[in-house]
Design a protein around this ligand. Sequence first.
Ligand code: CP3
Length: 344
Amino acid sequence: MAGKRIVVDVLNGEASFPPPIWMMRQAGRYLPEYREARRQAGGFLDLCYNPDLAVEVTLQPIRRFGFDASILFSDILVVPHALGRDLRFEEGRGPLMTPIREGEVDELDGEAFHVNLAPVYETVTRLRKELPDETTLIGFCGAPWTVATYMIAGHGTPDQAPARLFAYRAPEAMRRLLNTLAERSAEYLKRQIAAGADVVQIFDSWAGVLDEASFEAFCIEPVRLIVESVRREYPDVPIIGFPRGAGALYDTYRARTGVTALGLDWSVPWTQARKLQAEGAVQGNLDPLRLVAGGRALSEGVDAILSELGNGPLVFNLGHGITPETPIAHVEQMIARVRGASAK
Ligand code: CP3
């Protein structure tokens, strides 16, 4: 299979220039065809749990832009949902859940976990059949810490204060919650791989709000458990860890979790990024607002990534998800600039 799916080879440490490219949240509201499918589905979760529609929206950015990788369309919060926690998405408000209390941590109901997630596995199976052979299929889950922050607060917050307070007041309950999520997320990823995912990514969007001790206990340790469990069964499947905002702690994260490749956000300095890249592939890290701005801000951002990281194993991506106000023409400009670049 070597050479067939370039994103897999690069994640395994092979340098390739121009680098392969995809975008976090590449299926989404910036695309009119996504907004139409979303309208037909009714709610966001109906889109996630309907394989026909989930396959359709996953393929939309591949058809339009020909990205080198496709990411399963779903959400990180389907895991707590499948464990019996309620979940709603309201237009303009994001996810809403009933906040979990300390006493409920040991009552998470895993009985129907894989039955509840069966539509996701079916989506992955169908995607692998429908995607072009050379397109890498990425499965994903949220990191336990990031998933827990939404379970505890019940909604998005600017700094995840409710989850941090929970962790300080009830560290043992927090550890048990994260352990359960880690075990279940590992099973979830393994099922996605069995269904046809070539790569998996662990999204830890809120890794950046923790102090060093909490980062080790609540971010690194559960991700390490997931990596260990997935590797035992699938030693060759690349695992991308994305601890957004981890700053200087990116180094420890790579060393201690054992992920194959690191997703970098745009705040990581080049010296650190190159050091990290010397130990394995990196993915990222354009500021999504450069993509909104377009013009010189975009060209300069793309060029900087290519010249600083283009000599090593790099998967070109954004430093976080694309935002709904992004003009499609700017996405085209970005792809053309990456694909048209010549090696220095
Ligand atoms: O990347 C992709 O195209 C795959 C799909 C994907 C979605 N969410 C679809 C989505 C992925 C990988 C995610 C991950 C996710 N979900 C994360 C981690 C990555 C990140 O962006 O930080 C988080 C924290 C969530 C939880 C979540 N889902 C939030 C906070 C929100 C609301 C914010 C928003 O953008 O509206 C969502 C909703 C969501 N997930 C949308 C999409 C396309 C928009 C909902 C809609 O269509 O109405």
